[in-house]
Design a protein around this ligand. Structure first.
Ligand SMILES: Nc1ncnc2c1ncn2[C@@H]1O[C@H](COP(=O)(O)OP(=O)(O)OP(=O)(O)O)[C@@H](O)[C@H]1O
Length: 257
């Protein structure tokens, strides 16, 4: 079946990675589509998080990490020595497994990035960005009367939506989610899934998930990783209903992992 033409934002070419002597990712090639949810699945330890973190160079923080190959955003290699890493990470935001709000007010959490970006931003501009970001993260109605309260007093699910608002406030193009619901209850999980589905109208969303049900519910494209290789990648209905590889169907049927 011919794949529907869709613009891609990120192109990954021949990416292999190592932690010290341990090879983790092996020759990964893929294009990540614009305005779609791309889900990465696979058993524990297969390299999904490592790969996600390659997409905004978070592994740079590990000094024994090494990468070969190329990852381009709009045709520019993000691993080029000329890359402004701070600017690149603003375009490619990340939401982590554990909600990690800063120990400051709800307002200041969302205002943090825009203030860093533009020291002379005025109060009204900042208030508008905070309101808009909280609305896009479906949190505004729950917090607009207590913007000066500590973010740490919010529930886990609210904290995760605050972290999403914090990413949105710096106007990213791509949002990476690393198992964003693994610490949340089913109701909070449903809200984050709904939000990811809404966000794809304006952003490219990439999500690592252990939860196959979640991958099936929200993904437009799915990549199945095993032992550091991208075994299969394509439109979600094809991967779910007629995977090419037997190992993919075994995983989807819950036979391992
Ligand atoms: N900072 C690190 N230092 C050394 N090894 C690491 C580091 N992070 C991950 N690894 C190793 O790399 C391999 C892939 O891990 P990774 O977390 O990317 O897999 P994963 O598929 O996301 O797993 P999980 O689903 O359990 O989170 C594992 O063997 C892991 O131990």
């Amino acid at each position: 079946m011919q794949e529907k033409e869709n613009h891609s934002k990120i192109t990954v070419s021949n990416v292999s990675t190592w932690y010290g002597a341990q090879a983790v990712l092996k020759d990964i090639n893929m294009k990540i589509r614009e305005r779609a949810v791309t889900g990465f699945i696979g058993p524990s330890g297969c390299g999904k998080s490592t790969f996600l973190r390659c997409l905004n160079r978070l592994n740079d923080l590990v000094n024994y990490f090494r990468i070969e190959g190329e990852i381009t955003l709009h045709g520019e290699n993000i691993y080029s020595p000329d890359t402004d890493v701070v600017l690149m990470r603003r375009k490619i935001g990340m939401v982590f497994q554990q909600p990690n709000p800063f120990p400051m007010s709800i307002f200041d959490n969302v205002a943090f990035g825009p203030r860093e970006h533009n020291r002379r931003i005025n109060k009204k501009e900042l208030e508008d960005i905070v309101e808009e970001s909280l609305k896009k993260a479906n949190l505004w109605n729950e917090v607009y009367l207590k913007l000066n309260d500590s973010a740490l007093n919010l529930s886990g699910g609210q904290q995760q939506r605050l972290c999403i608002a914090r990413v949105l406030a710096v106007m990213p193009e791509i949002i990476l989610f690393d198992e964003p619901c693994s610490s949340l209850d089913p109701a909070s999980t449903a809200k984050i899934e709904e939000l990811m589905t809404e966000l794809k109208n304006s952003y490219s969303v990439v999500v690592v998930t252990h939860n196959l049900g979640q991958a099936k519910r929200i993904s437009d494209y799915i990549g199945f990783f095993l032992n550091g290789r991208l075994v299969e990648y394509g439109p979600a209905p094809e991967i779910i209903n007629s995977p090419r590889e037997k190992v993919t169907s075994d995983y989807l049927e819950g036979n391992f992992g």
